[in-house]
Write a protein that binds this ligand. Structure first.
Ligand SMILES: NC(=O)c1ccc[n+]([C@@H]2O[C@H](COP(=O)([O-])OP(=O)(O)OC[C@H]3O[C@@H](n4cnc5c(N)ncnc54)[C@H](O)[C@@H]3O)[C@@H](O)[C@H]2O)c1
Ligand SMILES: O=P(O)(O)OC[C@H](O)CO
Length: 342
């Protein structure tokens, strides 16, 4: 039997949980799979190897003993058939630069990351293909309503595995389909990625509503109009409307904006309560990607002539150019128009 080697880079909440998804799937199917999880910090790798726990990120969840953690990046990716990327968006490129000479020909590279690169406005799949000099159809994106802790607890969850080559998406699906995780394939990589990126910015706005003690009407209005602006941008960039109405669009937006587990919603709530960006970054130990990607989203939107008033307002708050209590007034006083364009 051939052994499949999978490397997961990033032992935070989602990287650790996704390694568990892969390991549980391999156990369910009796597949010969070696899963190596790369952690930046030695104590995290030691805890995963010795105790099968990653308390800082997945609390008391017992990880499958088959997951081997290492702090050696090149050792993790050497001979890997599939490399899964779960580091924060702004830290991705330097990692790719380090691993690019170690890649096995034909390797599949899977992005779990929901962000845009700030300097270039590129989606993660574009950064990966560019930096690793691999074909677009070797890059696969996993995105959807996937709060890591719920999946770590094995609560039933669906997701999307997107690749321009559907066979490659199916291959990745075959590795990440344990009993509690149902991945659907999609060939619309742009729609899937943009759904995951922009929902983080909208969740910041919903969190701001919470911080201002606004109720469900306000939040539903932000979520729904947020989906409208996300869809406008995704369509302009070449995505498909059905994707944004699916798990990676509406599904993820609802999960993130509703859940107290969401770091983006939590960061938004803190902004709504008057905390500064610096205070929030110091207090939160985990990444809230929307805070880093919001500006790039609005820059990409502007350069494509797409109006994104909620995202624009979030950026103004993040840049200290708007106080949260004035945000609703700014959004509501815009020119009136039809909900759906004829
Ligand atoms: N946590 C979730 O529920 C979830 C679900 C779906 C997608 N995602 C996405 O997955 C990506 C990773 O998120 P996460 O939740 O695992 O984050 P996290 O904050 O839990 O962990 C990030 C990991 O990356 C490491 N890290 C931080 N900065 C780094 C840097 N500059 N270079 C290298 N490593 C660095 C941290 O040590 C940690 O191991 C994000 O893009 C996020 O949006 C997260
Ligand atoms: O905790 P957040 O806000 O980064 O959201 C996590 C996931 O993206 C939800 O699907």
């Amino acid at each position: 039997m051939t052994v499949t080697k999978i490397a997961v880079l990033g032992a935070g909440s989602w990287g650790t949980t996704f390694a568990k998804v892969l390991a549980d799937c391999a156990a369910d199917t009796d597949a010969e799979t070696v899963i190596t999880l790369w952690a930046r910090r030695a104590e995290v790798a030691e805890s995963i190897n010795d105790e099968h726990l990653n308390p800082a990120y997945t609390r008391d969840i017992r990880l499958p003993a088959s997951i081997q953690a290492t702090t050696e990046l090149l050792e993790a990716v050497r001979d890997a058939d599939m490399i899964v990327l779960a580091v924060p968006a702004q830290g991705l490129r330097p990692h790719l630069t380090q691993i690019k000479d170690e890649l096995k020909p034909g390797v599949l590279v899977v992005s779990l990351i929901k962000g845009l690169e700030r300097e270039t406005g590129l989606r993660m799949s574009e950064v990966i293909a560019e930096e690793l000099v691999i074909a677009e159809d070797q890059v696969v994106v996993v995105s959807g309503p996937n709060l890591a802790m719920e999946i770590a607890r094995q609560e039933p969850t669906a997701s999307v595995v997107a690749c321009t080559n559907e066979d490659n998406a199916k291959k990745v699906v075959s590795y990440c389909n344990p009993s509690y995780f149902r991945p659907y394939t999609n060939t619309d990589v742009i729609g899937v990625e943009m759904g995951g990126v922009v929902k983080n910015v909208i969740a910041l706005a919903v969190g701001m509503c919470d911080g201002q003690n606004l109720g469900d009407n306000s939040k539903a209005s932000v979520i729904t109009r947020g989906l409208a602006e996300t869809t406008r941008l995704a369509l302009k960039l070449g995505g498909r409307a059905e994707t944004l109405a699916g798990l990676a669009g509406l599904g993820d937006l609802v999960a993130t904006c509703a859940s107290p587990l969401s770091r983006n919603r939590t960061a938004g709530r803190m902004l709504g309560q008057g905390k500064t960006v610096l205070e929030i970054q110091t207090e939160m130990k985990q990444v809230a990607e929307g805070m880093k990607s919001a500006k790039a989203v609005t820059q990409v939107a502007r350069s494509n002539g797409v109006e994104m008033p909620i995202c624009e307002a979030v950026v103004r708050v993040l840049e200290d150019r708007l106080v949260v209590k004035d945000m609703a007034n700014l959004l509501l006083s815009r020119d009136l128009k039809a909900e759906v364009r004829p």
